[in-house]
Ligand binder design. Structure first.
Ligand code: 4NP
Length: 153
């Protein structure tokens, strides 16, 4: 059976596309499916933010084919693990959960590493440095999550 993992932020154009691409690059695609979504619907159908595409490309990762979508009620049923980039996202995801098992699927991405903060900061209104920082945080967390997923499988 394929294990399904969903990465979630607010816009689904900056942080969660990086998380989708990074986790995907570290796991066996025949055993795991990775997707991303946003709790807000402002950018549905758009490509990731140019700054996320650029920082990913700098490290050899192509996320330019991703398209933004909004988180749905059904995602809580369909996915096995759902990772929120920050606490607001976490609360908004949980507001769609109907059962204890759905609640249990939802985690903060940075809970998996000792990053000093549990939140991936929103880089949207900042400069390029913010994207570099966010990339490194997400990369470290995805490295840990990939190892855990492959151990559990
Ligand atoms: P993201 O960043 O949640 O990391 O994709 C944002 C992108 C767009 C907006 C907010 C955050 N926005 O308000 O349009």
């Amino acid at each position: 059976m394929v294990t399904k993992i969903l990465m979630v932020c607010l816009g689904n154009i900056c942080r969660s596309p990086l998380a989708e691409g990074l986790l995907q690059s570290k796991i066996d695609p025949t055993r795991f499916f990775v997707d991303s979504a946003g709790t807000g619907g402002y950018h549905v159908g758009e490509k990731p933010d140019e700054r996320s595409i650029m920082v990913a490309a700098k490290y050899g990762l192509d996320i330019s084919q991703q398209r933004c979508r909004k988180l749905t009620f059904n995602d809580l049923k369909e996915f096995d693990y759902i990772y929120a980039m920050d606490r607001d996202n976490y609360r908004n995801i949980l507001s769609l959960a109907e059962t204890a098992s759905e609640v249990a699927k939802v985690h903060l991405l940075l809970d998996s590493i000792d990053a000093g903060s549990l939140e991936v900061p929103d880089p949207y209104y900042g400069g390029k440095d913010g994207f570099e920082h966010v990339y490194k945080l997400i990369d470290a967390a995805c490295q840990k999550i990939a190892a855990q997923l492959q151990d559990n499988d």
